[in-house]
Design a protein around this ligand. Structure first.
Ligand code: SF4
Length: 239
């Protein structure tokens, strides 16, 4: 079971993968400015209790954290202290967030972090070679108990070029969604899969994106089929 926890909303574009950010697209539909970062009404969700005093989010849930922002965003520096505290308090929940700002991690950690909280899984986005080369060396060294790499939206073939084995729990690949989606090429997906197989690291092809190119032919894929088409390709790998 999983639950979504967005303690703050809004972000700034800092990376090629941000160009068609779904947060910006969603906010634009409602006339909202995504660059205005705000705490949300759900800020304290993990520690909210019902009338009987039980936590509203029961133990055992996977909590997808900060999916309408970036957990390591500078504007959230003050709020994050309380967010870490909630994660510490709710050891029975597993928190997972994705960041394009892994270089900020060490400045953002709580004092008792040590080698990482056992219940926090951090995913680093590597959408192209340039960002992989910049972020992966930082990510590899970072004190984190559970790490995964997210190549989404995949914008080109990426040589992860680091020994993935022994520290990376999973690599997830996906194309870009939305009207202006950039292409995702089948051979790029296969290239990353091959590296995962060589390193015996689990690989997941999560979604095709809206514009998928295979054998030189471009396919426009509707949103509702992007996950199922990726699954149908049967590329997932679990050593
Ligand atoms: S970091 Fe993520 S949430 Fe922030 S602008 Fe980029 S894609 Fe959007």
């Amino acid at each position: 079971m999983s639950v979504l926890w967005n303690p703050w909303h809004g972000c700034h574009k800092i990376s090629p993968g941000c160009a068609n950010c779904y947060v910006y697209r969603g906010d634009a539909r409602h006339g909202r400015d995504s660059s205005c970062v705000k705490k949300t009404g759900d800020f304290a969700l993990p520690v909210k209790r019902d009338r009987q005093g039980a936590f509203k989010v029961p133990a055992g849930e996977l909590v997808y954290t900060c999916f309408t922002s970036d957990f390591l965003l500078k504007e959230a520096d003050e709020w994050r202290k309380d967010a870490w505290q909630m994660m510490r308090l709710r050891r029975g929940l597993n928190f997972l967030f994705i960041t394009k700002r892994i270089e900020r991690l060490t400045d953002c950690l709580p004092s008792d972090w040590g080698k990482g909280y056992e219940n926090v899984h951090i995913c680093c986005t590597c959408e192209n070679q340039d960002r992989a080369d910049y972020r992966l060396p930082v990510f590899m060294r970072a004190p984190i108990r559970h790490k995964s790499i997210i190549c989404e939206p995949l914008l080109e073939g990426v040589d992860l070029s680091h020994d993935l084995g022994g520290w990376c729990e999973q690599v997830v690949v996906g194309g870009e969604s939305g009207e202006n989606a950039r292409e995702c090429r089948h051979e790029w997906v296969l290239g990353i899969r091959r590296q995962c197989v060589e390193a015996r690291v689990p690989f997941r092809f999560k979604q095709t994106g809206a514009l998928y190119v295979k054998d030189g032919k471009a396919y426009r894929i509707q949103r509702r089929f992007q996950h199922s088409q990726a699954k149908a390709a049967k590329l997932d790998y679990d050593p």
